[in-house]
Design a protein around this ligand. Structure first.
Ligand code: PRP
Ligand code: URA
Length: 215
């Protein structure tokens, strides 16, 4: 899949298994349990791509056969930062991948009329500046919530931020990249655009409501 503008800071994770799962996720007939499971699974694929450049170091391992020089992650620390609520759906999948990661939270809701984000909660690990931050939210629509979360994290000292969404609108993606010249974005799909209610088209509806069954 091509990104509709030039950026080497966007990775579209479009593995066939991802595309298959995303199609089930989009289906309005998919129920809460399956929707939640799929969000968790897709977060694993994205986490795999977003951590591809983690540094490795040599370690000595005694296999049942011999001594071998193998590789382990060389101590870069990570933080997973879900944007509440819907971002919570991606946390457990990422913790399966990176069990030692710390988890920060940024609470943000989008005003239904103005579509402006409102922050209502924040709690981050104290050493956030030293951690690779995986900021997670399944939906990147206008980009307002993502921009507000990124600005907050930068103010708290975060240096290395990677934003993981499941579905992004091109206009929101551009807004995020324009607002922060270092963030890298991972998404499973760049969709067509936004409708008049600022929902992603074709999208998957309201991710928070579908994850938590509050439709
Ligand atoms: C949704 C979604 C994002 C935001 C995206 O959250 O999870 O946080 O909207 O829209 P934007 O890019 O236009 O800001 P919502 O405000 O519905 O809150 P929820 O996660 O609690 O349902
Ligand atoms: N928030 C969602 O949950 N879905 C959208 O399409 C846009 C914002």
């Amino acid at each position: 899949m091509t990104v509709p503008f030039d950026s080497d800071r966007v990775t579209v994770v479009d593995h066939p298994l991802v595309q298959h799962k995303l199609s089930i996720l989009r289906d309005e007939q998919t129920g809460t349990k399956q929707f939640r499971d799929l969000i968790r699974e897709l977060a694993v694929f994205e986490g795999y791509e977003a951590t591809r450049d983690l540094p490795l170091e040599d370690v000595s391992v005694t296999t049942p056969i011999c001594e071998a020089t193998c590789k382990k992650i060389a101590g870069r620390k990570l933080a997973i930062v879900p944007i509440l609520r819907a971002g919570l759906g991606m946390v457990d999948g990422l913790l399966d991948l990176i069990p030692a990661a710390r988890v920060g939270h940024v609470g943000m809701y989008r005003d239904e009329v103005t579509h402006e984000p409102h922050e209502y909660y924040a709690k981050l690990p104290g050493d956030i500046a030293e951690r690779i931050c995986l900021v997670v939210d399944p939906m990147l629509a206008t980009g307002g919530s993502a921009v507000a979360a990124l600005q907050y994290l930068r103010k708290q000292g975060a240096q290395d931020i990677r934003f993981l969404s499941i579905v992004a609108a091109p206009e929101g993606l551009k807004t995020v990249l324009d607002s922060d010249d270092a963030v890298r974005v991972y998404t499973c799909s760049v969709d067509e655009g936004l409708n008049e209610a600022a929902y992603i088209v074709p999208g998957l509806g309201d991710a928070g409501d579908r994850i938590f069954g509050t439709l």
